[in-house]
Design a protein around this ligand. Structure first.
Ligand SMILES: Cc1cc2nc3c(=O)[nH]c(=O)nc-3n(C[C@H](O)[C@H](O)[C@H](O)COP(=O)(O)OP(=O)(O)OC[C@H]3O[C@@H](n4cnc5c(N)ncnc54)[C@H](O)[C@@H]3O)c2cc1C
Length: 210
C-alpha cells in the first residue's frame, strides 16, 4: 500500500498565492496542491478603480476562484486559517478542518496601515476588495446626492471634497484620484452642480471641473 503524499498548502489566494499555485501546476508539480483563502473571489486590485467606476464588472475584476481554477489540479478551500503548527507541519482552519502538509506557502498579504495619519483610521474607507469598492461607491453617490440637494455652499463644498490616502513607495501605482474622477463626473452630470476636489496625502492635489 502506498501512502498518498501530503499536499503543498498555499495560504492566501492573492497574486502571490494564486500565481504560485498556477505556476506549480504548469511545472507539472507532483504533489497535490491546496489553496486556502477566506474569500470566494480573487481581487485583481489594480483594476479595482474600474470596478468602482463600473467600467468593469465584478466577474472581470473579482472572479470566483472556482472559475479561475476550473480544470486545474488545484483544490480550492474557502476557509480562514486560524493556527499553524510549523514543527508538526499542520494547520487548523476556522471550520475545524485540519491539514498536514509537506510544504507550506505563506501568502496571507498584509493589513491596512495608517502610518500614524491622524484621523485616518476613524474616518477613512479602505479600498482593497470588492466589498470596499461597493461601500466607497455608495458613499460617494450619497455625498453627491446630498450635495445636489443643499443650497449651503460650504456644506456642498465639504460633501464634494474627497481626501485620498495611498502609498506609492513600493511599486508601480496608478493615480486613484484620477480614477475616481469618472464616477464623480458621471454622477455629477446627473445630479450635482459643483466641481469635485481630491486631495492626496502624498501632498499632491487635483481638482476636477466637468
Ligand atoms: C487598489 C489597489 C491598486 C493596486 N495597484 C497596483 C498596481 O497598479 N501595481 C502594483 O504593483 N501593485 C498594485 N497594488 C498592490 C498589489 O495589488 C498588492 O501588492 C498585491 O495584491 C499583494 O498580493 P499578496 O498576494 O501578497 O496579498 P493579498 O492580495 O492581500 O492576498 C492575501 C490573501 O490572503 C487572504 N487571507 C488573509 N488572511 C487570511 C486568513 N487568515 N485565512 C485565509 N485567507 C486569508 C486574503 O483574503 C487575500 O486573498 C494595488 C493595491 C490596491 C489595493
Amino acid at each position: 500500500m502506498t501512502d498518498s503524499p501530503n499536499p503543498t498548502v498555499i495560504l492566501g489566494g492573492g497574486f502571490t498565492g494564486l500565481f504560485t499555485a498556477i505556476h506549480l501546476v504548469r511545472q507539472n508539480y507532483e504533489k497535490p496542491i491546496v489553496l486556502i483563502d477566506r474569500n470566494s473571489r480573487f481581487t485583481f486590485q489594480p483594476l479595482l478603480y474600474e470596478f468602482l467606476t463600473e467600467e468593469m464588472t465584478a466577474e472581470q475584476v473579482c472572479p470566483h476562484y472556482e472559475k479561475l481554477l476550473s480544470g486545474k489540479e488545484i483544490k480550492f478551500v474557502r476557509d480562514t486559517v486560524e493556527a499553524i503548527d510549523l514543527p508538526e507541519k499542520n494547520l487548523c482552519l476556522a471550520s475545524g478542518l485540519t491539514y498536514t502538509y509537506d510544504h507550506l506557502v505563506l501568502a496571507l498579504g498584509s493589513i491596512v496601515n495608517y502610518f500614524g495619519v491622524e484621523g485616518a483610521r476613524e474616518n477613512a474607507l479602505t479600498f482593497r476588495n470588492q466589498a470596499d469598492a461597493l461601500a466607497l461607491r455608495e458613499h460617494l453617490r450619497d455625498c453627491l446626492q446630498r450635495a445636489s440637494m443643499t443650497e449651503d455652499a460650504e456644506k456642498r463644498r465639504a460633501l464634494l471634497t474627497v481626501a485620498l490616502g495611498w502609498s506609492v513607495g513600493c511599486g508601480i501605482s496608478r493615480n486613484p484620484g484620477g480614477s475616481a474622477a469618472p464616477l464623480v463626473c458621471d454622477t455629477r452630470r446627473r445630479s450635482a452642480r459643483n466641481s469635485h476636489r481630491t486631495a492626496g496625502t502624498d501632498g499632491r492635489n487635483s481638482r476636477g471641473r466637468y
